[in-house]
Design a protein around this ligand. Structure first.
Ligand code: PRX
Length: 659
């Protein structure tokens, strides 16, 4: 049964008839050229997934030793390419050096203040090897975890690749998280070393990263022995003797020779924390061989990469999108991946289009929230730049509303670029449901069809398939190479979160994604949103429980309940209902203070849009807060549904009056 499902029936109101078939000249040059080609691949993968993946693994990746078995599936635990030996950093770097790509740009980087740098595959390899030796000198051994808390600079990718080179799983923490959130993650991962920067540039301000690391380490994370600091902003910071070292001091003396460690296919590659509906963020564990293969294939076919493309994914490396589609997928393919430190800001709202023009970007991958913000800023900004190099566009992170899709298609894509709306998650490692740009006719708002090898379905609470065009729970019915292997140090939570909510179908467990969706008669998926208490604010996942814990940790707060409300640009915004302890009374100052408190507990991405003080919250007889009604109140809707579950329904009217 679905645990926290107050929305047992999911209604879809979206009806979209516009269809955009791929242009013939795009299809002719694409890796996957027609719907028929896609369908053949899909059927082949469905009928014999192991042979399908094994053939690709053999063709596309370098293995030090071949596997004995393609898949060992003991639900919920999967092993891919059992006993295969491989190294991700080798596949991203070394194997390109013996080809002409040695001198090809691997990373093109543009800093927010306008500085820039290009690293060829040869140069990137050298830097990665040096930094791998630095990590070894700092005592990092195979299996040790390394925390990475960095701005969007090439060194972030270098540090990630150096970790994978020596077999030390990294745990990248988004630079926008606060010291508290960083500490929790470093503690859970028991990181030995942290790689950070003095600061980063964001929206013309300096984000103080090193001082946040200092605070995190003052209050815990005692496993951390060394901190390596990149000098980016040159502001004053404190360096603790014997613990903190400058990147440039260590790097200049390090040897550029470092063989890639021979890793088992199932050795952990990284841990990445993500919010769930209960408890603290979960450490999602990805392993080496399957993740390498799946991110490689999805990058190649979905972004249709060609050797002369400049490919730009605007995500931050702190999120899964940055891991899979800035660093690993593109570099494994020998592509040129652009990294940009900045974001659109009042001093430079057109900066994205400047970057597209400056580097002649061909493939551009961003989030719906960014597109909605661009719409607000006006067409003049993109129209004032030459965007004619673009040939393919992508979106990720949340459902895209058809109007934003159409704007993206018309204004950015000049009506000639296919759009790939890619549905996936931190847990899935790579894109799961998506058009293939030369093959799939697209429809605004639909992620269309599953990638070959992905068996997706929409089912009800009992695991029965629902009829076409009926909302239900999105599930995946067969293991795939880049699926999360477990929740770090918490296999019970792994089982409970992803495998228990929907009962077995025909004796087989299914992966519960936590999203609702409907499938239409063509087999297209329309993702409707989360069914659990996870919010999606500007494409960032935030669990209501984390936000509530952050609020309750303030001395004034007795109880808190947090829900999402629709927001024009962010998609969803955070709306918190708060009751106060005795001796505290509601005021504007306290309201501001509580918002700031959440920022310091989690980070600026978690700042609530609204905090409403309440005398009481609606509860069931067993004391459970009924969020369903709070959602309606926050969205300023009429209260509908059975109020008799609430002990004192007058509470609802009082809350409603105050909106
Ligand atoms: O609700 C879905 C939404 O984002 C969730 C995953 O968030 P996260 O793990 O942070 O990864 C984001 C980047 C992969 C999903 O459960 N989501 C992601 N992509 C889409 C989407 N919702 C609709 N359409 C998408 N294309």
């Amino acid at each position: 049964m679905v645990a926290s499902s107050e929305k047992n029936t999911v209604e879809s109101i979206l009806h979209e008839d516009r269809v955009f078939p791929p242009a013939a000249d795009f299809s002719n040059n694409a890796h996957i050229k027609s719907l028929q080609d896609y369908e053949q691949l899909y059927e082949k993968a469905k009928s014999d997934p192991e042979t399908f993946w094994a053939e690709l693994a053999e063709q596309e990746l370098h293995w030090f030793q071949k596997w004995d078995q393609v898949l060992d599936w003991k639900p919920p635990f999967a092993k891919w390419f059992v006993n295969g030996k491989i190294n991700m950093s080798y596949n991203c770097l070394d194997r390109h050096l013996t080809t002409w790509r040695r001198n090809k740009a691997a990373i093109i980087w543009e800093g927010e203040p306008g500085d820039s740098r290009t690293l060829t595959y040869g140069e990137l390899h050298r830097e990665v090897c040096q930094f791998a030796n630095v990590l070894k000198d700092m005592g990092v051994e195979k299996g040790d975890r390394v925390g990475i808390y960095m701005p969007m600079v090439p060194e972030a990718a270098i540090a990630m690749l150096a970790c994978t080179r020596i077999g030390a799983p990294h745990s990248v923490v988004f630079g926008g998280f606060s010291a508290e959130a960083l500490r929790d993650r470093l503690e859970d991962a028991e990181a030995k070393v942290v790689v950070t920067a003095d600061g980063g540039f964001r929206k013309d301000k300096i984000v103080p990263l090193k001082s946040e690391v200092d605070k995190a380490l003052e209050n815990g994370a005692s496993s951390v022995q060394k901190v390596i600091v990149i000098q980016r902003t040159k502001q004053d910071i404190t360096m603790v003797s014997g613990r903190d070292y400058w990147w440039h001091d260590l790097q200049k003396d390090a040897s550029p020779k470092c063989d890639a460690e021979v890793m088992d296919s199932e050795d952990p590659l990284f841990i990445l924390y993500t919010s769930g509906s209960t408890g603290k963020p979960k450490g999602v564990v990805h392993t080496t061989g399957g993740y390498n293969l799946y991110t490689h294939m999805t990058t190649k076919w979905i972004f249709d990469l060609k050797d002369n493309d400049v490919y730009w994914c605007t995500a931050d490396v702190g999120w899964i999108t940055g891991h899979s589609y800035i660093v690993y997928g593109p570099l494994s393919n020998g592509a040129t991946s652009l990294m940009y430190e900045g974001v659109p800001r009042p001093s430079n709202p057109g900066c994205f289009w400047d970057v597209v023009e400056k580097y002649g970007v061909n493939v551009f991958y961003t989030a719906p929230t960014a597109i909605r913000a661009f719409i607000k800023m006006g067409e003049e900004l993109p129209q004032a730049r030459d965007l004619s190099s673009l040939r393919l566009l992508g979106t990720v992170g949340e459902p895209i509303n058809p109007e934003a899709w159409i704007w993206y298609h018309r204004v950015i894509g000049g009506e000639k670029c296919p759009i790939v709306d890619t549905w996936w998650q931190t847990e899935t490692g790579g894109v799961m449901i998506t058009p293939l740009p030369g093959a799939t006719p697209t429809q605004p708002g639909s992620a269309t069809r599953p990638f070959p090898g992905i068996i997706a379905d929409v089912v009800d609470q009992n695991g029965n398939a629902v009829p076409d065009n009926t909302g239900g729970y999105l599930v995946i019915k067969h293991p795939w190479p880049s699926m999360l292997r477990t929740v770090y140090n918490n296999p019970e939570r792994f089982q409970k979160t992803y495998w228990d909510p929907i009962p077995e179908v025909e004796g087989k467990p299914v992966y519960f994604a936590g999203d609702s969706a409907r499938r239409d008669e063509k087999g297209y998926f329309w993702i409707m949103g989360r069914v659990d208490d996870v919010m999606n604010v500007s494409g960032h996942r935030l669990g209501s429980m984390e936000l509530e814990s952050a609020l309750v940790s303030h001395p004034a707060v007795a109880e808190a309940s947090v829900v999402g409300v629709p927001h024009e640009i962010k998609g969803e915004d955070i709306y918190a209902f708060v009751t106060l302890e005795d001796h505290y009374s509601p005021s504007n100052e306290l309201n501001k203070e509580l918002k700031q408190h959440v920022v310091s507990e989690i980070g600026a991405i978690a700042r609530p849009g609204t905090i409403q003080f309440a005398e009481a919250l609606p509860k069931t007889r067993s004391g459970k807060i009924v969020r369903r009604f709070l959602r309606q109140i926050a969205a300023d809707q009429d209260i509908v549904g059975d109020k008799s579950t609430v002990v004192d329904p007058s509470v609802l009217d009082k809350l409603r009056e105050k909106v």
